[in-house]
Design a protein around this ligand. Sequence first.
Ligand code: SAM
Length: 222
Amino acid sequence: PVQLRWNEVDRYLEQQLIGPDSLMENVLKNNHAAGLPPFDVTPTQGKFLHLLVQLCGAKHVLEIGTLGGYSTIWMARALPEDGHIVTLEVSPHHAETAARNFKLAGLEERITIRTGDALEQLAHMNQELYAPFDLIFIDADKPNNPHYLNWALHFSRPGTVIVGDNVVREGEIIDHLSSDPRIQGVRSFYDQLRNEPRVSATALQTVGSKGYDGFMIGIVNG
Ligand code: SAM
């Protein structure tokens, strides 16, 4: 079946382009041992996020949806010495697991985890007068994607890059009658992007060891 082929190709790409990475492998092992669901990005996607941080010279990154911090560590490793990531996670157990992983990676000083509902945390952050972020990665509960996009715009400056994960969902996003709130959340997100003059965006369909899905990537205009 085609999924096996996607797995093999991902493995090949990992060998050729990433190589052995015992830290990242241990992070995934810790997440598994802690009983976290396997919803982390894949290694090739993690490397993609890492490259994006470098490509836009990001110093301040916001992530919505930490899980065990796998994607966070990929991005944090691309930051300059004075760079920082704020990552938002509703589950205390996920956040504690991520905090252990950040320590293991020696990156705990570069990463702030804010535990609690992301919409509440974003409202608190608004009171704390955060500077705009250079890159914002939206990867939490998909029904809230439209709200996350609004907050992402709020915490942006011209040039900020906004990335959204799981925006294809095995093609289900074209089903306008879907009763799945995640599909409807992603569809509303696209409606918003279509009508939002401040963002220029595209989406790429992806296949790999996590199946058939996609990334949205957009830039906030001046
Ligand atoms: N970015 C992670 C990675 O690639 O390693 C994966 C994140 S996982 C797809 C989504 C995470 O969002 C889960 O850990 C979940 O607990 C969290 N989440 C769900 N609803 C949330 C909410 N309302 N606020 C904050 N986090 C939430």
